[in-house]
Design a binder for this molecule. Structure first.
Ligand SMILES: [Zn+2]
Length: 94
């Protein structure tokens, strides 16, 4: 169980070192970079960092939680209005 990597040279860290050569250390288990090149990094954790990430990942915001909730609310409103109109029409036809 010593050799867990089938293609050792393809699964090395690969980050560029100060000499411009690829790092040859093993990546942190389950990650693609070694512990010296951010393999243990967990990403943003502070509120500011998470907000910066959110902004960086948002393209147009059409699928933001707020936008989806707004569309749902409007759809429900339209559905209710149509039901009301249909009921009124049925009453008029009597
Ligand atoms: Zn490395």
């Amino acid at each position: 169980m010593d050799q867990i990597h089938a293609e050792p040279h393809e699964e090395r860290c690969g980050a560029r070192n100060r000499a411009g050569k690829p790092c040859r250390r093993w990546p942190v288990e389950g990650r693609s970079r070694c512990r010296l090149h951010g393999g243990c990094a967990t990403g943003p954790r502070t509120p500011e960092g998470l907000e910066r990430l959110r902004r960086a990942m948002t393209i147009h915001g059409r699928f933001s939680k707020e936008a989806v909730a707004e569309r749902k609310r409007i759809s429900a409103l339209v559905r209710a209005a149509r039901a009301t109109l249909a009921a009124e029409l049925l009453l008029e036809m009597r």
